[in-house]
Design a protein around this ligand. Structure first.
Ligand SMILES: Nc1ncnc2c1ncn2[C@@H]1O[C@H](COP(=O)(O)OP(=O)(O)OP(=O)(O)O)[C@@H](O)[C@H]1O
Ligand SMILES: [Mg+2]
Length: 475
């Protein structure tokens, strides 16, 4: 597996997030440090603690976006949770550990997917063999080993008059087996060529039974651990299903994959990987910092409770899961928060100490907005172009139009609430509100191209910008 260098990580993040270099570098180094530590041997490797990070910055400047993109990059179990969720009724005091369980689940999924990939060829081969048997009516639809050569060898011999010798019999059997194998091979070829794809056959599927709703409580409201446990207790249910051969191939391949995967090994590996490389992104950490005002309120007590629950996990403890114990010492935490009304120093000192790296994200400027509108791989303008292309309209943006939208967004952020780059979404929507609605009719009437200009943008937005109340509502 190729391990990305810090520079490569930053380059990848640059494709989606404009600016915020300090934050990108910090997360890149943190990720790389995991790998470095793994190269160390013995005691020293155990001594090296992860350098947890807090990202601090105003709303809508890319904190969550960095985490989201990072998650896709690193080939490690990566969980994003909102710290504020743990203050909600029913979560507090109970379930901070659930994030470790969730992280492990991600690890298991990851390892199993890798294992599935390794056995993919073999699983497909076996599934095709079973399909051939099914097509020949040799495999009864339930999952038993195919009974080969069901034509009795003796049958064909009774006519020949002479008593067959053992040798004849043997030869005959061999011929028939060979003949049978040729038939199978021909069928297999046709199957692989998609000849039977649309034909329907009957197969057995095993289904996990869902848990019946317990009283007033739906499975969603139950402790996930509890749900898992109950589901584990429910027996699988076998069911006959008529499906197309094409679909059957997928289902049987899945079944064969399951059989080929070593589940115990997968879990062992997943625990190891979760402990050594797992990362948790704790979003909205500021929401659990006791605000400096409102001291002693219930909310404050609840928030401090969550901090206390978090501490052992961040410091390193053992969390019991259904699959085994997970040690959290080496799990990397990246926290983020706007810290509008609270500051990092409002967190418990012990918790602050566990996040030695602080990076500030910058408020975004007009120039950043212009770049955000155009540069990222799936920028808002690219998205808009692609969406309207489906209606047969080609949209182009003049440089002036981009500048105007960036300017208006910055202005709206300054005069109303500063919501960062999120403002661009509403600006774009407003600029396109009519075109989006009329697009199919425009295309029908022969309009092929629309150029978005500076004037057009201003015209669409000025009315709203001038009327503050309207602006607050629309933008
Ligand atoms: N620097 C940036 N470059 C590109 N897009 C950005 C940038 N900052 C924000 N965005 C876009 O703005 C939206 C909101 O950003 P994000 O979710 O990262 O905000 P945040 O910093 O986590 O804010 P909050 O504190 O409110 O959670 C996302 O859709 C993201 O794509
Ligand atoms: Mg966020």
């Amino acid at each position: 597996m190729h391990e990305l260098t810090p520079r490569e990580i930053v380059e990848q993040l640059d494709r989606h997030i404009i600016g915020q270099h300090a934050a990108k570098r910090a997360v890149a180094v943190a990720v790389r440090n995991r790998w470095r530590r793994q190269q160390l041997k013995g005691d020293l490797s155990r001594e090296v603690m992860p350098r947890n990070i807090i990202m601090i910055g105003p709303t809508g400047v890319g904190k969550t976006e960095i985490a989201r993109r990072l998650a896709k990059l690193v080939q490690a179990p990566f969980l994003k949770v909102e710290a504020s969720k743990f203050t909600e009724v029913g979560y507090h005091g109970r379930d901070v550990e659930s994030m470790i369980r969730d992280l492990l689940e991600l690890g298991i999924t990851m390892v199993r997917r890798e294992q599935a990939e390794q056995v993919q060829e073999e699983a497909l081969k076996r599934a095709e063999e079973r399909l051939v048997s099914l097509l020949l009516g040799e495999e009864n639809t339930t999952e038993t080993t195919p009974t080969n050569a069901n034509a009795s060898a003796a049958d064909g011999l009774t006519d020949s008059g002479a008593m067959p010798t053992a040798e004849d019999l043997h030869k005959k059997q061999k011929e028939e087996a060979a003949q049978h194998e040729r038939v199978r091979q021909r069928l297999l070829k046709k199957l692989q060529d998609g000849f039977f794809d649309e034909r329907e056959i009957e197969i057995t599927v095993r289904e996990k039974q869902t848990i019946p709703v317990m009283g007033m409580m739906g499975p969603d409201q139950m402790d996930p651990g509890m749900t898992n446990m109950l589901e584990g207790l429910m027996p699988d249910r076998s069911r006959q299903r008529r499906v197309t051969v094409q679909r059957a191939k997928t289902i049987l391949t899945e079944q064969e994959t399951e059989k080929l995967i070593d589940h115990e090994k997968a879990i062992e590996q997943a625990i190891e990987r979760t402990e050594q490389t797992g990362m948790i992104f704790l979003d909205e950490i500021d929401k659990i910092a006791g605000s400096s005002d409102g001291r002693g309120s219930n909310a404050d007590v609840s928030r401090q409770g969550v901090q206390r629950d978090l501490l052992p996990i961040v410091e390193g403890s053992s969390v019991v899961t259904r699959q085994g114990v997970v040690h959290t010492d080496q799990i990397l935490f990246i926290a983020a928060g706007a810290f509008h009304s609270a500051s990092v120093s409002d967190l418990m000192p012990e918790l602050q100490g566990r996040f030695p790296i602080r990076v500030e994200l910058d408020a975004l400027t007009r120039d950043d907005f212009a770049r955000i509108l155009t540069e990222p791989d799936a920028s808002l303008t690219n998205q808009q172009e692609a969406l309207l292309k489906t209606e047969g309209l080609t949209i182009t943006f003049t440089p002036g139009s981009i500048a105007a939208m960036a300017e208006m967004a910055a202005e709206a952020n300054a005069s109303m609430e500063n919501i960062g780059a999120r403002r661009l979404m509403t600006v774009i929507e407003q600029v396109f509100s009519e075109i989006s609605f009329d697009a199919p009719d425009l295309a029908k009437k022969g309009t092929k191209r629309i150029e978005i200009t500076d004037e057009f943008v201003r015209e669409r937005l000025s009315e709203i910008m001038d009327d503050e109340d309207l602006g607050k509502f629309v933008l």
